[in-house]
Design a protein. Structure first.
Length: 144
C-alpha cells in the first residue's frame, strides 16, 4: 500500500504557492525608475504651461493612487488581524486536542503580512514621486 507523506505534500504545495505569488508581483522599484525617467523626459520636452499641466495631471494620478493604496493597506491590515486571531484561537484549541501542523490561517496571516509590506514599500515610492512633482510645480511657480 502506498503511504503518502502529507508533510512533504503540504510543504511542496506551500512552496509552489509562494513561488507563484513571488513571480506575480510587480517590480515597484523598476516602475519608480521608469516614472522618474518619464518625468525627466517630460521636463526636457514640454515647455511652460504644457509641463505644468503634465505635472498637475501626474500629481492627481499619483495622489489618487496613494489614496487607493492606503485603503487597500487598511483592508489588508483588517484581514491580517482576523487571520491572526483565528489562528491563535485554533492553535489553542488544536493543542488541547493534540492537533499539530501549520494552520491555513497562519499561512493566510503571513501572506497578508507580506502584502502589507509590499503596500508599504509601494507607498514610500509614490510619496517620493508626489514630492518630486510638487517640488517641480513649486519651482515653476517661483520662476514665474
Amino acid at each position: 500500500m502506498l503511504r503518502i507523506n502529507w508533510q512533504f505534500v503540504l510543504s511542496l504545495c506551500l512552496s509552489l504557492g509562494l513561488l507563484s505569488c513571488a513571480n506575480s508581483h510587480r517590480d515597484y522599484q523598476k516602475e519608480h525608475k521608469d516614472f522618474m525617467s518619464l518625468a525627466a523626459r517630460a521636463k526636457e520636452e514640454f515647455k511652460g504651461p504644457a509641463y505644468k499641466d503634465w505635472l498637475n495631471r501626474k500629481l492627481q494620478e499619483k495622489q489618487s493612487h496613494l489614496q487607493a493604496l492606503a485603503s487597500w493597506q487598511d483592508r489588508e491590515e483588517r484581514i491580517h488581524g482576523q487571520h491572526e486571531m483565528i489562528d491563535s484561537s485554533s492553535s489553542a484549541s488544536g493543542s488541547a486536542s493534540g492537533g499539530a501542523g501549520p494552520s491555513v490561517h497562519d499561512f493566510k496571516a503571513r501572506n497578508s503580512a507580506q502584502q502589507m509590506h509590499r503596500y508599504s514599500e509601494q507607498k514610500k515610492l509614490l510619496e517620493r514621486e508626489i514630492f518630486y512633482l510638487k517640488s517641480q510645480l513649486s519651482a515653476l511657480e517661483s520662476e514665474g
